[in-house]
Design a protein around this ligand. Structure first.
Ligand code: SF4
Ligand code: SF4
Length: 340
């Protein structure tokens, strides 16, 4: 596979883990990606209709990951597309968007997703610049978990047309239990996004997970957004049982409507929900007397942490940078028995 280097990867601080490793020389940070690699690309009919470029790897280790075979590169055995020259990929995106199928679905965006695109940010920027040389007004969406430095955020905000911005939870206990990361930078960047780049918000996406991210947490998160701007478009995504949470109960329609209602009651005016509902599963009963679980104040966070614990997570509360097992992580290697 061709190796590509970028100055930004020499002392990598693209995301808030700020690992400082030299990825050009093969050193690995939390994301474990050295040079940017494309997992796959496809025309995608979900709004914003697009040619979507999935970058391999992620800086989070979410228990509910739907794209684990991409996100957990290089620990999962993936079939990846590999390195593609930015100019070639930009040309390809524009050609596919103007193909008969691209026109049929009205694909007018290049959409960067993953995994997470932030560990590949310099590559993403090169692709955008190449695409705009060919078609100056081409629209771009950046799909993000929000875990990037302000410097990275400002760089991509200047170039992208819109963001789809995920907020996985509001409370630190829940957020770290679900993702292995810290919530503060994500809320900070959400605040910058709403106050400075409001017109670039396609939507803020919140995954609602029964018994984990629901009621109180949704209320607190909605209040946080509403006090910044009550008109921000919010879309609740219905939890689908996947990855470590493969056996957990899926969201029901009633549950999703309740989350929307809770959000509207905080003053938010543009709230919707999306996704498949009614996938059967169970709510795991916490049996473990592990002393680490006693550190939790929130039952929902404790439940999420229990799932991580029984699947081999070694650091509870989770923090994938401080964890000594980062490079031999059982969570990152997990292969679920069912996908929904
Ligand atoms: S986790 Fe973030 S800071 Fe660390 S190497 Fe990856 S992109 Fe860079
Ligand atoms: S074992 Fe360590 S690196 Fe792996 S998910 Fe748990 S905290 Fe993160």
């Amino acid at each position: 596979m061709k190796k590509i280097t970028y100055p930004e990867l020499e002392h990598c601080e693209l995301c808030e883990w700020r690992c400082g490793v030299n990825r050009n020389e093969g050193e690995l940070g939390v994301c474990k990606i050295s040079s940017p690699i494309v997992a796959s690309c496809q025309l995608h009919p979900a709004p914003p209709e697009s040619y979507t470029i999935f970058l391999a790897g992620c800086n989070f280790r979410c228990l509910n990951c739907q794209n684990f075979s991409i996100a957990h590169y290089p620990d999962q055995t993936n079939i990846l597309r590999g390195w593609v020259e930015p100019k070639k990929l930009a040309q390809e995106a524009l050609e596919r968007m103007s193909s008969p199928f691209g026109r049929m679905i009205n694909a007018d965006y290049i959409f960067f997703s993953g995994g997470a695109p932030t560990p590949s940010l310099p590559y993403v920027i090169d692709i955008i610049k190449e695409a705009r040389k060919l078609q100056p007004n081409v629209k771009v969406n950046y799909d993000t978990n929000g875990y990037m430095t302000v410097k990275s955020f400002e760089k991509i905000a200047k170039l992208t047309t819109t963001f789809t911005y995920d907020i996985k939870a509001f409370y630190q206990e829940t957020f770290s239990a679900l993702t292995g990361a810290n919530v503060e930078p994500v809320l900070r960047n959400a605040e910058i996004l709403i106050s400075k780049w409001r017109e670039k918000i396609w939507e803020i996406r919140i995954l609602a997970i029964p018994e984990i991210v629901e009621k109180e947490e949704i209320k607190a998160l909605s209040e946080f957004i509403a006090q910044l701007d009550f008109t921000v478009p919010i879309c609740f995504l219905a939890f689908l049982p996947n990855f470590i949470l493969e056996g957990h109960m899926g969201a029901t329609k009633e549950f999703m409507k309740e989350m929307v209602e809770i959000a509207r009651n905080t003053g938010l005016t543009n709230v919707s929900w999306a996704g498949r509902t009614g996938i059967p599963g169970k709510i795991f009963k916490i049996k473990s007397e592990d002393s680490n679980l006693r550190k939790f104040n929130l039952e929902n966070a404790k439940l999420a942490a229990s799932y991580a614990l029984i699947h081999g997570c070694k650091t509870i509360p989770r923090n994938c940078k401080k964890c000594l097992y980062n490079h031999i992580c059982e969570i990152k290697k997990y292969y679920p028995k069912r996908r929904t």
